[in-house]
Each structure stands twice: as C-alpha cells, then as structure tokens.
Design a protein around this ligand. Structure first.
Ligand code: IVH
Length: 735
C-alpha cells in the first residue's frame, strides 16, 4: 500500500487508513511488550504512530475507539474468552492391568449379546501426555480452538493454536464435513523442552519442570508469538460435534484426519482380541523411551462408530473406550548426600545423590531437588507437597521417572528416617566461591524468587566456566571446535580464565598441546580400565601432530570481529537473550556506546535519567545492565576482551552491493535456522529494509511453516515468496 500524504486523503481513505494503523500498531505493541520480539525499528514504529496522529488531527471525527493514541503503554492483560463445547470433551475410564482390559472387552460382548455374530473391533493408540484441544472447522477453515476446561466450557485459545504447525488452517483434500470439531493433544517434545530450558538458563530466566506443564503454560500465553516460539506439536485422535461422520469407523476417521492435513499417531492400529490389544500395548511400551515425547498409556476404542453410539456413555466417560495406563515406574532408595551445583547465572541448584537404583530400566543416581522450599516440602506458594515431609540426608525416598525421563522424589518414607537425621540447611553462601547467596525479589510479583543465587558473578569459578561455555556457544560467538568439553579442559588447566584468554591460546600452543595430550592419556587409561586390556605403548602422544589445533586457532581468529548483537549476547549478562541483545545493538550501534551508557546508567541515581526509553526493554534488563556495568571486576574482563576482539559496529544499509540491498523484505511464519531478530539483523546488515507487513512496496517475502495471511497478500500483489533455505542461499549463507 503506497502511503498517500495525509493532506490528500479523502474521508473514507482516512477511515480505512486509521483502521489499518490501529491494527498494525496494536500488533507491534504486542510484540514489544509481550515477549520482547519487535519486528520493526523504533523509527518505523514512530513513523506509524506519527501518521496515525496526523490523520486523527485532520479528521477528528474519525478517531477510533481502539485508536493507538488513546492507549497508554501495553494493552491491558485480559483472560481468554470462554467457549462452550458443542459436544462435551470427555475423559476416559482407566485400566491398570491386563485383567482390567479383558473385563472391558467382556462388558462390550455382554452388552451386544443379542448380536452373537457381531464382530467388535478396537483401535489401540498411545495416550499422549499433553493437553487436549478442540478445533472447530467450518467449510474447511479453522475458525475456533479451545482448551478442554472442565469438559463443558473451555477457553478460546484460537490465536495460540494457530501458531502450531501441525494444525492446518484450512483442511486439505476433500470430503470433510461442513462443520467438525477435531480433537487431539497438544504436546511438547523433549528436544524442544530441553532447548527452551537452555535458552532460559542462558539468560537466568525461569525454570521449567516438565514438558506437559510447559506445553500448558505455552498454550495460555497472552502473546501468540511466545506460543509460536515454543514449537508445540499436535496429534488428532477424536472429534466432537460433526455435521457428518468422517468415516464409518474410528480407524478410518483418523486416517481421514491425516488426509485433511493433521498429524495422527503412527502407532495406531486396529485389533480384534484382548491378546492383540495387549500385544500392541507392550509394543508401544517398548518404544516409549525412544518416541521423544511423553505418553502415559494406550487408549483402546471400539472401532465401529455405530457400536460406539449403541454402547454410549456413563457420566463424563464413553463406555466404548478405556485408557490402559503404564505402571508408574517407582523405586525406593536412600539419599546419600545433597550437593549444590552453581549454574552460569549463579543459581544454587540442589541435587540429591542417591544410592543407585533401577527405575524402568534406567539407573538413577541423581535427582534434582529444585530449590530450598522444595527440600522443605513446600511448593512455590508455600503449600505442602509430599505430605509436607522435608528431605534429609539419610532419608529413604520413593522415586519415579515422571513422564519417564526426569526422575523425581514422590514421597519420603518417614518411618525409615534415621534417628539422627536433621533438617537440611540450605547454604546461604556459594559453595564454590564463598560469596553470599541471596534470593531476589521478583520485580513483577513482589515475591521472593524460589532460587538462591550466588552474588559472586565473574569471580565465581562456577559462573566463569558456565559463562565461557555460553560465550563460545552457537547463538553467541559460535567458535567452531571450541565446545563445552574443550572449555572445561582449558579452564581446569588454568589456560582460560576469562573470555579474553581464548584469543591468546595460540601464543600458548605448547601448554595447549600438553593439556590435550593429558586428556588423551586419561581417556586411554579409562578405556583400558573399562576393557580390562593392557595398553600398548602410547608414549609419543605429545609428539603427535595436532592438525586439529591449527583449525581451532583459525576458528578463534575468524571470530575476532563478531557482529555486535552476538557479542552482546555472548557476554552473558543476566536477562539479555538474543532478542534483547539485537535490540541493544540496533540502538547503540557500537560496543563503546553501550558501555558508556551502561556505566552512566549504573552510576546514576535514577537509571531512566540516562538510559533511553526503548520499546521492549524494561526495568529488569536495565537493572541487569546496571549490575553488569557497575561491577569493576566486569570492567577489567571486558577491557581485556576488547583488546582481542573488535565487534563490528551495527550499521544499517552497509552493503549496497548485496543481492538484497535496497529491497524491502517481510519475514513470516516460523524460521527454523535462525531467530527473527537474527534474520532481521542479517537482512539489515546486507542493506535490506525489513517490514512487518506485506504491501505493494514489498519486494520479497521469506516464509516459514505456519505462514498465513501474509502469503495471501503476497500472492495478491504478485510478490516473490521464498523459503528460509532459499533465503540463506540468496544471501550467500546457504549450506
Ligand atoms: S480419546 C471420547 N485418545 O486423555 C474420547 N484421549 O483421560 C476422548 N488423551 O482428555 C479422548 N491421548 O487429553 C483420547 N489417543 C488419545 C489420547 C487421549 C491422550 C487424553 C485426552 C483426554 C484424556 C482422557
């Protein structure tokens, strides 16, 4: 859309412009205030609000109810609207043994006794441990999605569900009912859960307990872009209201769902007898640990829809289905010790060291105790857990592999407590560096943080080694060949104490070779001990030619001029993730400027008198910058680092000769190989302009999975659309 001068707008043009601006600005507000993920620069944002204001001044009678000029700051947080399910969302009866399953089938046979030659078939499929959701499609278009709620009334989370790639926005194929509520499970994979935990740990963010709770939290986000970043998944397995049966049987209905574009469990089968069902149960159980997501049983359903209808329901449950639960995998053991581990951001994490015990085929020796309240037997709201029993060294405990990956303590066997066991005293000093360990007050809730944190920052070796690992990691400096293992080695050998030392390793080549040789020696010794064989002569290892080393030194040298946003992120300042680092880079352009403002902000009585107001940067980040730049020890480290490393100034429109220079680009959908801010920064570095919405001025749309209305707009304007790989190819970063 070309922007007409305000002076030449007609009444109706002004009205539609105001509507567009209200929507666009609201969208950008959401991104800024919600999850710190702006997609336009402050200048672009200001231009939008200025234009809105100018139009309103000329056409005061057209000022909208929802005008951005009437809003102060972020829109008020709202709950989700309630949705009454057209057909209630039921739960399932449970079976805990083969006998329970046999009884279920016998009940069915008895019920249909009059039809002696009736052939009841059943389906068997995994019971996914996630959250159920109901997705309403009208005319093949996804119109509304809701949580289960109490089964009768749920919450409208349509916008969040739309970010899930496994949920089609429009149904594929043909033959779908005019109206159908598709039901299934939203879940999070272990890989995604671990990645989120790591991202959060890197910025000292919150801890996540398990994939299911995290998926639940992700679905209830006010800001769908946060949900999108969690990469949730969905399996379709049932339906609620439908204007016609998808197919005559359960099995074929679900296959239809797959044809219409849903993901369905590949482990669903049709079976005829108890034996076949139980056999499939064991087959699924055997694959459980390698699925990559939590399941907690196998669901059996009568296959023929006609028979489902005849057998019917009891309160809240179908008679024709049952969930055969996996036995809880539990074991009893004793707590030998409680250790405190210190993470990169200084969090004191208690770990119980257990007498080794096998739970569900895996030996468990350690279990996290989360924090000091958890050890006392309290949750984060001060409510009792485990019957209020605390955990003491020497205690006998029952452990369980929750969702069957993460072991946890389910109860304490108080009867077996040794008479001399005393309540555990959580240290108030860092066990590594001796600095005081304190509990912060959460800025938003005013509550004490559940975790205690070491205040030693850079003098604390634990934080230093974790900080170094972070410094070289992929999203940060990304030094190839210098992973956590080598960092640990060099740190323990005293070769690398701070990040600056990494860049002088080349000068200390003999010492590096010695450290590597010693590790090799040690590994060989271990292999020998494990195999029981004696070693041949391994002398001469020092003389080996370490060609790998030259590669490593070259990789280090290649990072002496990092992009500014990477560099800022690599510093590992609390609460500064990739997105915030990119915003800071864009705002301050050089590291020197960031340091200057950082120090002035730290010294000022009122930080806001110095630090500019930047969309998406709140008091938490400003506080973290103050702490960092106000600490002299950090000064010294940073100064040494900047003699070795020279971050590139963040300058927009530098490369007039790149393939995308001067082009206006829109990113949409989920990017899989980089974050949005990374993509935007990359494009801008190449001289492109990145816009938030598609218009006639757009030259190129880069679309990932889940791209929606922007694709349609692009097609209408005849704009070129490419995927992420093609984009990387075009800018010369393809693999
Ligand atoms: S069928 C009328 N199939 O289990 C039948 N449910 O305890 C409705 N669940 O709320 C459910 N995997 O969240 C069905 N393959 C599956 C399932 C499944 C997980 C959940 C679902 C439901 C709960 C019932």
């Amino acid at each position: 859309m070309d922007e007409k001068p305000v002076d030449s707008l007609s009444d109706s043009e002004a009205a539609s412009e105001l509507m567009r601006l209200a929507q666009e600005i609201a969208e950008h507000d959401r991104r800024y205030h919600g999850e710190d993920a702006p997609i336009i620069t402050d200048a672009e944002y200001d231009a939008l609000t200025r234009r809105n204001l100018a139009i309103e001044q000329r056409f005061p009678h057209l000022v909208r109810e929802d005008s951005p000029s009437r809003r102060v700051g972020a829109p008020p947080a709202e709950g989700f609207a309630k949705v009454r399910h057209a057909v209630p969302m039921l739960s399932l009866a449970k079976a805990y043994s083969d006998q329970d399953v046999a009884d279920f089938i016998e009940r069915g046979r008895r019920f249909f006794d009059r039809d002696k030659d009736l052939n009841i078939a059943f389906t068997a499929e995994p019971k996914i441990d996630g959250l159920s959701a109901s997705l309403r499609y009208e005319g093949g278009v996804f119109v509304q999605g809701a949580t289960r709620g109490d089964g009768v009334v749920g919450e409208d989370i349509t916008a969040n569900l739309k970010t899930i790639a496994d949920i089609p926005k429009t149904l594929k194929g043909s033959g779908w009912p005019e109206v159908i509520e598709i039901r299934g499970e939203v879940y999070m994979t272990y890989a995604e859960f671990e990645a989120l935990k790591q991202r959060s740990a890197a910025i000292g963010g919150q801890d996540y307990v398990n994939p299911r709770n995290t998926a639940a939290g992700s679905l209830r986000q006010k800001d769908p872009s946060v949900t999108a970043s969690r990469n949730l998944k969905f399996f379709a397995y049932a339906w609620g209201y439908t204007s016609k049966d998808p197919a005559p049987t359960q099995y074929d209905s679900v296959q239809k769902f797959a044809e219409w574009g849903f993901k369905v469990s590949p482990l669903m089968v049709r079976a005829k007898s108890v034996d076949e069902l139980i056999a499939h149960y064991h087959l699924i159980e055997a694959q459980r640990s390698s699925l990559g997501y939590d399941i907690d049983g196998v669901v059996y359903k009568v296959d023929q829809l006609e028979l489902q209808r005849r057998w019917g329901f009891v309160t809240g449950e179908p008679r024709w289905a049952i969930a055969h639960k996996f036995p809880a995998e539990q074991a009893m053991t004793t707590v030998r010790r409680i250790d405190i581990q210190v993470g990169r951001t200084g969090t004191l994490a208690p770990v119980a060291r257990l007498a080794p015990v096998t739970v569900g085929g895996v030996v468990v020796e350690n279990v996290t105790l989360h924090n000091e309240d958890y050890i006392k037997g309290l949750d984060s709201n001060g409510q009792p857990i485990r019957d209020g029993n605390d955990i003491r060294i020497g205690d006998t405990v029952v452990i369980q592999r929750a969702g069957d990956v993460i072991p946890q303590i389910v109860s304490v066997v108080v009867d077996k407590r040794p008479p001399d066991a005393v309540p555990y005293e959580f240290p108030h000093k860092c066990p590594i560096c001796g600095s005081p360990a304190t509990r912060e007050i959460n800025e938003k809730t005013g509550k004490e943080d559940s975790r205690r944190r070491c205040t030693g920052e850079l003098i604390c070796p634990a934080q230093a080694v974790e900080g170094l690992r972070h410094f070289v990691s992929r999203g940060a400096m990304d030094i190839e060949g210098l992973g956590a293992e080598n960092i640990d080695l060099f740190f323990n050998a005293g070769l690398v104490k701070t990040a600056a030392d990494i860049f002088t390793l080349r000068d200390r080549r003999p010492a590096v070779i010695k450290a590597l040789a010693e590790r090799r020696e040690e590994q060989a010794r271990q292999r020998e001990a494990a195999s029981g064989k004696t070693r041949k002569n391994v002398r001469g290892v020092e003389e080996r030619n370490y060609e790998g080393l030259d590669k490593l030194f070259a990789a280090i040298d290649a990072r002496r001029e990092p992009e500014l946003d990477r560099f800022i992120f690599a510093l590992g300042i609390r609460h500064i993730g990739e997105t915030t680092a990119a915003v800071l880079a864009r705002t301050f352009s050089t590291i020197e400027e960031l340091i200057r403002i950082g120090k002035e902000t730290a010294a000022a009585a009122d930080p806001h008198s110095v630090f500019p107001s930047i969309n998406g940067i709140g008091d938490t980040v400003i506080g973290a910058l103050r702490d960092f730049f106000g600490n002299e020890r950090n000064d010294a480290v940073l100064e040494a680092l900047l003699t070795q490393v020279h971050p590139k100034p963040y300058i927009v429109n530098v490369s007039a000769d790149s393939a995308v220079a001067g082009k206006t680009i829109v990113f949409t959908g989920t990017l899989e190989r980089m974050t949005r801010p990374e993509a935007k920064a990359m494009a801008e570095r190449l001289g492109a302009k990145v816009a938030g919405s598609v218009s006639a001025k757009t030259d190129l749309v880069v679309a990932g999975p889940g791209a929606g209305s922007k694709l349609k707009l692009a097609a209408e304007h005849g704009i070129e659309v490419i995927d992420e790989d093609a984009w990387l190819e075009r800018i010369g970063k393809g693999s």
